[in-house]
Write a protein that binds this ligand. Structure first.
Ligand SMILES: Nc1ncnc2c1ncn2[C@@H]1O[C@H](COP(=O)(O)OP(=O)(O)OP(=O)(O)O)[C@@H](O)[C@H]1O
Ligand SMILES: [Mg+2]
Length: 335
């Protein structure tokens, strides 16, 4: 028993989750690390570090070591993984020494990037590290019949990337990754407020605006929100009122890129599987699936049914953990 601990990790750009078969999701933390830049010492991880973004003194920075779904800072990612494994071990009540670990990688990751993820997990004491592509994990986590010869279409809209994949018979038939996700939507909002109001707002404020009054390109009743930031002209704090209409407009271009990726994937689908898609539709996962009006907008645009996974923020982690049971079929690196 001791040696056969198995865990699944969703090492996401925005959030890290850990899943085990018996206990379900045992860890869910933002992928943020606070570092003292003078000493290079890690001060905080996860939620605690996220609280610090944009609020720290000059010698402390809150870093997001993963960008666009891949590792941007290897050392800090390794430290974050060590912290994640320790915390998961505590929750499990036994040391997770030498676990078998499945980690998801974005399907657009290069072999060098995949190797980096593999090595970071291995350096935390994993016995075997298996890599699974994120959309496959999302499909398994959303309870789709991925092992059957039918087309399962998954659109995973994460913080860094959107991945669209058609999965059939346990493998990816066709997929597309665009480096557009929730982070870029936040950035679109920051730019809109800066240009339109000469007001500087932080990443967290932008994310709150997106969640509260961000809409996919659908008709809706206007919502308003008061937002505080720093006036770029006077340098003083200022409050403005934003409308959901202008936020929707600011997200338009990025959302259309996501739509393009979905269309391109569906257009390249083998004819035999196209019929399945009309019947079964598309499943949305990742935090971006929760954007107001997303499901409605996409189903209008691609004219097939669009469903949201039962737990869109958790699907990949759940699928990663469940994938262990047919791990032999998955790509394994460095075993
Ligand atoms: N209700 C919501 N409305 C819109 N966006 C949301 C909502 N809730 C979360 N998000 C966004 O979802 C993103 C995080 O999603 P998720 O946890 O799936 O990403 P990730 O797996 O860490 O990233 P990636 O898969 O790209 O590596 C963030 O950008 C967050 O702002
Ligand atoms: Mg993800």
């Amino acid at each position: 028993m001791f040696s056969s601990t198995e865990i699944g990790i969703d090492l996401g750009t925005a959030n890290v989750l850990v899943y085990t078969k018996n206990k379900g999701i045992i860890l869910n933390e933002p992928s943020v690390v606070a570092v003292n830049t003078d000493t290079k010492q890690v001060i905080a991880f996860g939620a605690e570090a996220k609280e610090m973004i944009g609020k720290t003194p000059a010698n402390i920075t809150a870093v997001r070591p993963l960008q666009d779904g891949v590792i941007a800072d290897f050392d800090i990612t390794s430290q974050m993984l060590k912290h994640v494994m320790r915390k998961a071990g505590k929750t499990l009540g036994l040391a997770i020494r030498k676990p078998d670990v499945v980690v998801c990688t974005p399907s657009g990751a290069t072999s060098v990037e995949r190797r980096a993820i593999h090595d970071a997990v291995k350096s935390c004491g994993a016995k075997n590290v298996h890599l699974i592509e994120e959309p496959v994990a999302a499909a398994i986590g959303a309870d789709l019949p991925v092992e059957e010869p039918v087309a399962n279409v998954v659109v995973d809209i994460g913080g860094g990337t959107t991945e669209v994949a058609i999965i059939s018979y346990g493998g990816v038939v066709n997929c597309n990754t665009v480096r557009i996700g929730g982070d870029l939507l936040n950035e679109n909002i920051i730019q809109h407020v800066r240009k339109g109001y000469n007001l500087l707002i932080g990443e967290r404020t932008a994310e709150n605006i997106k969640i509260e009054i961000g809409y996919a390109l659908v008709e809706h009743h206007e919502k308003k929100m008061d937002v505080r930031g720093r006036d770029l002209v006077t340098g003083l704090p200022k409050t403005i009122t934003l409308s959901s209409y202008e936020i929707q407009e600011s997200l338009k271009e990025s959302l259309l890129h996501i739509l393009e990726a979905i269309r391109a994937t569906l257009e390249n689908c083998p004819a035999e599987l196209s019929g399945d898609i009309v019947d079964h539709g598309v499943v949305l996962s990742g935090g971006g699936a929760l954007l107001n009006g997303m499901q409605e907008w996409l189903s209008d645009e691609i004219i097939v049914p669009v469903h949201i996974a039962p737990n869109p923020l958790e699907s990949v982690a759940i699928g990663t953990g469940r994938a262990l049971k047919f791990i032999n079929k998955l790509q394994t690196v460095g075993k």
